[in-house]
Design a protein around this ligand. Sequence first.
Ligand code: F3S
Length: 394
Amino acid sequence: MYLTKEEEKTLEGEYGESLRKAIEILVALGDIYEADSLIPVKSAQIAGVSYKTIGDAGLEWISDLKGKVKIPAILNPAGMDMLRWKEMGIEPNFARKQQEIIDAYERLGIRTKCTCTPYYLEGFDAKLGDHLAWSESSAVSYANSVIGARTNREGGPSALSAALVGKTANYGYHLDEMREPVIAVTVDCELSGSDYGALGYVAGKIIGSRVPIFSMKGHPSNDELKTLGAALAASGAVALYHVEGVTPEAVRNKFTKPEEIVPVERGQIDEVYETNSDIWSSEIITVGCPHCSPEELEKIARLVYGKKLEKEMWVCTAREVAERYPDLVKRIEKSGAKIVCDTCMVVSPATNKYSSITVNSGKALAYVPSMCKVAAKYASIEDCIKEAGAIDEN
Ligand code: F3S
């Protein structure tokens, strides 16, 4: 792989051990995937934040690093709401370790707002063709597919390395030829809201890690595309998808129609809603996977208006989004639902104490049973609120 003089010096340790380690990781990846060079990236989003997933070894690795990031960099969700962790039932020892992880990242100049939807935050906007180094799978999918930016599904260490160096290796989804669809998915029924997460859950299992192009009726919103992409990335390992006539690259490019065509029918979508339905009553309801957009918060606020919820319900979102819309937060919390920031139902150990959960996310449906050992049911946002035992206040 070609390196500039400056990059060579970095690799030789002239700018310190942390930068040397960081560029070494990028060069190693570049060599494996036959990248021609390193390319500048606009921002980084770094996974490997929850103490639940990285433990003491991860904390030690991050704490040893020195220096400052060269580009805007932000963290993936942590294991708890950094302010309301006691309300979530988080143990003090876990909270202390989690805070140490956040502090270690902060010393490197990383923004410690923890979210899987960095694209809603100032400084992390991206546009068609921008190169990024993001790591959370739904954020990667959104960046590649909905925005048309370019990022590989970075691991925590490689995203952190990219943030420190300001560059990443030029391979995979940074290249035009890797962005061509190789499998077509045709959907012959009308879809709305959570149907897109169910579609992603079904299609991801068939597609695996390939790049699909969907042909479907109607024009999904960006929130619907967000849930489709999150589920595709979780039940499969899809980092980029196209939707004919909808996503930016499918609108601009004339892709060759893939030979393999997979039809998805209404019955397959309905089956996702039926998982566990015969035995179902959930102890907790969680929405906001990926973290809620302002529009989703607005919708929830409308749905819970004048209602009191009987069960625990979390509405997960980025802290910066919650702070921007205090009125929506107030309206949602008036119902008894909790706005939970910095974390989510999958990466927080707080979920593990429940035996059953209702979610409106195909990604959460795929991950909660294995990562939290909690039985999960899939429902629309309206049915999630019903399941929370919403009763009229008056
Ligand atoms: Fe985000 Fe957690 Fe879902 S990181 S995409 S809310 S599993």
